[in-house]
Design a protein around this ligand. Structure first.
Ligand code: APR
Ligand code: PHB
Length: 389
C-alpha cells in the first residue's frame, strides 16, 4: 500500500489531521491498535477553545457541535465558601464551547467514513520505519498477516503510550515532566448540571470541579490521593465528598444519581522536544500531556494539527518545506504556554499535603487577589479561552 501521510492513532489528533488532509486532496491512511467502540469509550474533558471549534468546522465535522454544544461565557472559582465568576466574554471578547470529546471524536469518525477516508482498526504491532531516510514506511499486523504502508510522512498521533515517541528514544529526544501527588476521581451521571457554567473549587479537603456534557449529563470530579482505588468510592461517598467541597448553595442545589462512569486519573505535565524526527512528527498527546485543570489537552492537539497541516499543505501545494521545518518550534511555543497555564491552575486549586496550611493560605490569598484584580482575571481568562495560534 502507498499513501502520502501515514497517520498512527485515531484519536482527535489523527482524525482531525486526516480530515484536513483529505479535504485538501492529500492522501492519508489512519492506523489504530484498537477499534472504534474502544476509542469512543474513553471519557475526557470537553471544553473547546475557539481555535479548536474552528478546526472542527474546517474539517467539515462541526455541524452537531454547533447544534448541541453549549457556549459558556464564564466559569466560577470557589474558595473560602464563596464563588467568584471569571467573565471570559467580558474580559476577552471570547467564549468557550462545552462539547464532549467523545462526541467530537464520533463526529470526526462519522465524517471520515462518509467521505471515504481509510482507517484500519485493530492494527497490531504498528511500527514506523526509515523516517530518517528518504523512503519512510509503516508496518502493522492484521489477522496474522504483516502489511506495509509506504509514505512520504508519518504523523505520530498515537497518544502518550504510543509507539512513535518510543521509537525516537535514542535520537536525542528530551523529556520534561512533573507528576502531581494526587489524582482526579471523576463521575459521569445523567443528572442536570448544578450550575449553568463550570465551578472550579479550592477547598481545604481538596479540589473539586462541577462540569457538564449537556443540560442532562453532568461530570464531576474530586481530588483524591493516588493510593485510593475507584472501588472504595461508592456513588454516595462521592456525592457526599463533593457537597463538602463546594459552597453551601451549590451543595444544596446538587442533583445526584447513579454514575454511568467512574474512574481515577493521575495528573501529569509532560513535554517532549523536539516534535519532529525527519519524516516523523509527534502530534497531540504523543508529544505532551497537561493536567486536566485547564482543559487544554484536546485544544493543544488541535493547534498542533493546525501547524502540521499548514506545513504539509505548503509542502504539497507550494513545494516549500518552510512549514514542516517550523512545525516543532511553532507548536512547542504554544504548548509551553498552555503547560504553564495548566500547571498554575493546578497549583492554585489543589491541596498539596506537603505544603501544609501555609500553602493553603497562600492559595487563598492568590484567589482573593484574583477576585479583586481585573488584570489578574484578564490574564486567567485570556489563557483559559486559548492563546492565538
Ligand atoms: N499503534 C496504533 N495506535 C496506537 C498505538 C499504537 N502503538 N498506541 C496508541 N494508539 C492509538 C490509541 O488507541 C488512540 O486511539 O492512538 C490514539 C491516541 O489517541 P489519544 O490518546 O486520544 O491522543 P490524541 O489524539 O493526541 O488526543 C489528544 O486526548 O488525552 C486527551 O487530553 C487529551 O484531549 C486530548 C486528546
Ligand atoms: C470535564 O468536563 O471533563 C472537564 C472540564 C474542564 C476541565 C477538566 C475536565 O478543566
Amino acid at each position: 500500500m502507498r499513501t502520502q501521510v501515514a497517520i498512527i492513532g485515531s484519536g482527535p489528533s489523527g482524525l482531525l489531521l486526516g480530515q484536513l488532509l483529505s479535504n485538501a486532496g492529500i492522501d492519508n491512511i489512519i492506523l489504530d491498535r484498537v477499534d472504534r467502540d474502544y476509542i469512543l469509550g474513553r471519557i475526557r474533558a470537553g471544553v473547546l477553545e475557539v481555535g479548536a471549534v474552528q478546526m472542527l468546522g474546517k474539517a467539515g465535522a462541526g455541524e452537531r457541535m454547533h447544534e448541541e454544544g453549549l457556549i459558556h461565557d464564564g466559569f466560577d472559582l470557589s474558595f473560602s465558601g464563596r464563588r467568584h465568576r471569571i467573565h471570559l466574554k467580558d474580559l476577552t471578547g471570547t467564549s468557550v464551547m462545552v462539547y464532549g470529546q467523545t462526541e467530537l471524536t464520533r463526529d470526526l469518525m462519522d465524517h471520515r467514513e462518509a467521505t471515504g477516508g481509510l482507517t484500519i482498526y485493530n492494527a497490531e504491532a504498528v511500527t514506523p520505519h526509515d523516517f530518517d531516510g528518504v523512503r519512510p514506511y509503516v508496518t502493522y499486523k492484521k489477522d496474522g498477516v504483516t502489511h506495509r504502508v509506504d509514505c512520504d510522512f508519518i504523523a505520530g498521533c498515537d497518544g502518550y503510550h504510543g509507539v512513535c515517541r518510543a521509537s525516537v528514544q535514542d535520537k536525542g529526544i528530551q523529556s520534561f515532566e512533573k507528576v502531581y501527588p494526587f489524582g482526579w476521581l471523576g463521575i459521569l451521571a445523567d443528572v442536570p448540571p448544578v450550575h449553568h457554567e463550570l465551578i472550579y473549587a479550592n477547598h481545604a479537603r481538596g479540589f473539586a470541579l462541577c462540569s457538564q456534557r449537556s443540560h442532562t449529563r453532568s461530570r464531576y470530579y474530586v481530588q483524591v490521593p493516588l493510593t485510593d482505588k475507584v472501588e472504595q468510592w461508592s456513588d454516595e461517598a462521592f456525592w457526599d465528598e463533593l457537597r463538602r467541597r463546594v459552597p453551601d448553595d451549590v451543595a444544596q442545589a446538587l442533583v445526584t444519581g447513579p454514575s454511568i462512569e467512574k474512574s481515577i486519573a493521575p495528573l501529569r505535565s509532560f513535554v517532549a522536544e523536539p516534535l519532529r524526527f525527519g519524516a516523523l512528527f509527534l502530534v497531540g498527546d504523543a508529544g505532551h500531556i497537561v493536567p486536566p485543570t485547564g482543559a487544554k489537552g484536546l485544544n493543544l492537539a488541535a493547534s498542533d494539527v493546525h501547524y502540521l497541516f499548514e506545513g504539509l499543505r505548503e509542502h504539497y501545494g507550494e513545494e516549500s518545506t518552510a512549514g514542516i521545518d517550523a512545525y516543532s518550534g511553532r507548536a512547542l511555543k504554544r504548548i509551553w504556554k498552555a503547560e504553564r497555564f495548566s500547571w498554575s491552575m493546578t497549583m492554585l486549586l489543589h491541596r498539596f499535603p506537603a505544603d501544609g496550611e501555609f500553602g493553603q493560605k497562600v492559595q487563598e490569598a492568590e484567589l482573593d487577589y484574583l477576585s479583586s484584580s481585573h488584570a489578574a482575571q484578564t490574564a486567567m481568562a485570556e489563557n483559559y479561552v486559548g492563546l492565538p495560534y
